[in-house]
Write a protein that binds this ligand. Structure first.
Ligand SMILES: N[C@@H](CCC(=O)N[C@@H](CS)C(=O)NCC(=O)O)C(=O)O
Length: 70
């Protein structure tokens, strides 16, 4: 909802029935909980981490950087 509110286009990958994607998520994030949020190649973490980044003002900069890279 936070990303939607910001008008960010994102892909939601369900790992519920996909062990390959689940393994990929664990390898890339080092975590097993969901969601694991990535902006470009940057691993943000879960929702708490995303919210903290927004509060500190770093989320907008990260999103802007990702859009510049395409
Ligand atoms: N602090 C995390 C909490 C995430 C969380 O509790 N996820 C639950 C599902 S809603 C989960 O994945 N539990 C299973 C696990 O931790 O492996 C966040 O903000 O994203």
């Amino acid at each position: 909802m936070l990303l939607k509110k910001k008008g960010v286009d994102y892909t939601d990958i369900s790992i519920t029935a996909d062990n390959v994607r689940r393994q990929e998520m664990i390898e890339r994030s080092g975590r097993t909980s969901v969601p694991q949020i990535f902006i470009g190649e940057t691993h943000v973490g879960g929702f708490d981490d995303l919210y903290a980044l927004d509060k500190s003002g770093e989320l907008d900069a990260l999103l802007a950087g990702d859009q510049q890279q395409g």
